[in-house]
Design a binder for this molecule. Structure first.
Ligand SMILES: Cc1cc2nc3c(=O)[nH]c(=O)nc-3n(C[C@H](O)[C@H](O)[C@H](O)COP(=O)(O)OP(=O)(O)OC[C@H]3O[C@@H](n4cnc5c(N)ncnc54)[C@H](O)[C@@H]3O)c2cc1C
Length: 457
């Protein structure tokens, strides 16, 4: 890799992929499957990027950097899991079913499989958190969401917030908070009042209003690094790729208008025929020479912003919940995941639960002691059995830049995978995938980058 590439022979063309998050791993997978020689460079000692886990020594289990959920509509991500041979370690519901609790009152959103796109209708009619009037208007809003031609109205929908769109379509504040935001906040990591109408409607069109299979909820049964990062590294090596972890890219070097090489933190200079950057947008921009970074195509990515997620992990000395997961309305506790059950722990005594707080602006700077007091108290309110239970361990994982924000205008800051530089391609959830900041978006971006590279080869 230290030599400039010889492209004259029949050897597979060489590609350097920068960044070993899901986008870089997906791009690498798609490239090795097309016969390219791939070198993947990842700064951290492990692969998986923002979807990773670590061993909590005190609790003796793998803890994710944040609860990651996928839906049945995440077809590229599911295909990625299948290629890695890890689907047995992921859970995906047969049909959607989730409890939604407010002030102790329990509602259930569930699919009725034979109703096609109307699969949520029966559960919606029974949903106790909306009045009949709210429900009728919400049914109208959902129908309009389903029928909106997003491609034709993309510009207009990207200029307004979903909240504005919902108010224009006669949605009550209650329906916005107890139905629309219930879905939008965890999927877009932002409030319905902040996300663009386009991305908000996308979530409903792709996830909830297509068919019952698309709406099913899935998650890993093991630590995220064990589910994707580590197996992807093995997959790539088995397919002839070189995987370099613990090496940071320090600069992209240009000659005659194309990328000539990448300089690493250890001083090495690597060359290839083509380069795929799957780095975070701010890192990518900082590695470009000033004249390239200033080019409008790349510079626009500087307009992206991000939103935080806080994960509150609690180990109780006894079981406090029975469900796999449950959502709460009007509480700082948005979604609670029963990690003991999900991970198949046999320990009948202790129970490990994770509270996932999206759009966590109010909590990201809060000291740990304050978070403990707030969430431990709130959990006692929500789960009667937590009142008697002792917390054996408390852990907070803060991810200030968890996801890029899908706010109005954000889409213009997302460049395509093909760039004006002939041998440079982009991947990353933040590139133009049509999807929000998700594992599905990241995996898609990698496939699209590989396709763009391959089609120009
Ligand atoms: C707490 C949390 C919860 C989330 N929940 C969900 C969820 O429920 N569902 C869902 O679908 N998505 C979720 N996401 C989003 C999802 O994790 C991301 O969209 C996805 O992992 C992004 O992948 P990526 O490859 O595009 O970017 P990244 O994962 O950021 O990958 C970029 C890679 O580049 C590496 N890198 C950086 N600088 C350098 C350098 N100089 N040289 C070499 N390498 C470098 C980084 O270490 C990283 O591995 C969540 C994210 C977080 C943080």
């Amino acid at each position: 890799m230290g030599q400039k590439p010889d492209t004259s022979g029949s050897a597979p063309r060489r590609v350097i992929v920068l960044g070993g998050g899901l986008a870089g791993l997906s791009a690498s997978r798609a490239l090795v499957e097309r016969g390219y020689g791939v070198t993947l460079i990842e700064k951290r000692p492990f692969l998986g990027g923002r979807a990773f886990s670590f061993q909590d020594q005190q609790a003796g289990v793998q803890v994710d950097n944040g609860q990651h959920v996928f839906l049945g509509c995440c077809t590229y991500y599911i295909d990625f899991l299948e290629a890695l041979g890890v689907t047995e370690h992921a859970f995906l519901q047969d049909t959607l079913r989730t409890e939604v609790i407010r002030n102790g009152k329990r509602g259930v959103l569930f699919s009725t499989p034979w109703l096609g796109p109307l699969h949520l209708l029966p559960s919606f009619l029974l949903y106790p958190h909306l009045s009949l009037r709210d429900k009728l208007l919400a049914a109208y809003g959902l129908a309009r969401a389903k029928l909106t031609d997003r491609a034709r109205q993309a510009g207009a929908l990207d200029r307004e917030t979903l909240y504005q769109w919902l108010r224009r379509h006669h949605q009550s504040e209650r329906a916005i908070d107890y139905l629309w935001n219930l879905i939008v906040l965890p999927t877009l990591n932002d409030h319905v009042r902040d996300v663009s109408a386009d991305m908000g409607l996308m979530v409903f069109q792709e996830g909830l209003l297509k068919g019952p299979k698309d709406a099913t909820v899935g998650f890993s049964r093991i630590g995220l690094t064990e589910l994707t990062g580590a197996p992807a590294g093995r997959f790539l090596q088995e397919h002839g790729a070189t995987v370099e972890t613990g090496k940071s890219v320090e600069a992209l070097q240009f000659e005659d208008g194309s990328v000539a090489g990448v300089r690493l933190s250890d001083g090495a200079l690597l060359h290839a025929d083509a380069y795929v950057s799957a780095l975070p947008y701010d890192v990518f921009l900082s590695l470009l020479p000033a004249d390239v970074a200033g080019d409008g195509f790349f510079a626009k990515a500087a307009g992206l912003t991000s939103s935080p997620i806080v994960g509150v992990h609690l180990w109780y000395d006894r079981p406090i919940m029975e469900q796999d997961f449950v959502a709460f309305l009007d509480s700082p506790v948005q979604w609670v995941f029963n990690k003991s059950r999900i991970q198949g722990s046999n320990d009948a005594g202790q129970q490990y639960v994770c509270v996932s707080v999206s759009g966590a602006w109010d909590y990201i700077d809060m000291p740990k002691d304050q978070l403990r007091e707030l969430f431990a108290r709130e959990m006692q309110t929500l789960f009667p059995r937590a009142r008697e239970a002792k917390i054996d361990r408390f852990l907070v994982v803060k991810q200030p830049q968890a996801t890029f924000r899908s706010i109005p205008g954000a889409s213009v800051h997302r460049p395509s995978q093909r760039t004006p530089i002939a041998n440079l391609f982009l991947a990353g959830d933040w590139t133009a995938t049509g999807w929000p900041s998700t594992m599905e978006g990241a995996v898609r971006s990698g496939v699209f980058a590989a396709e763009a590279l391959d089609s120009g080869a």
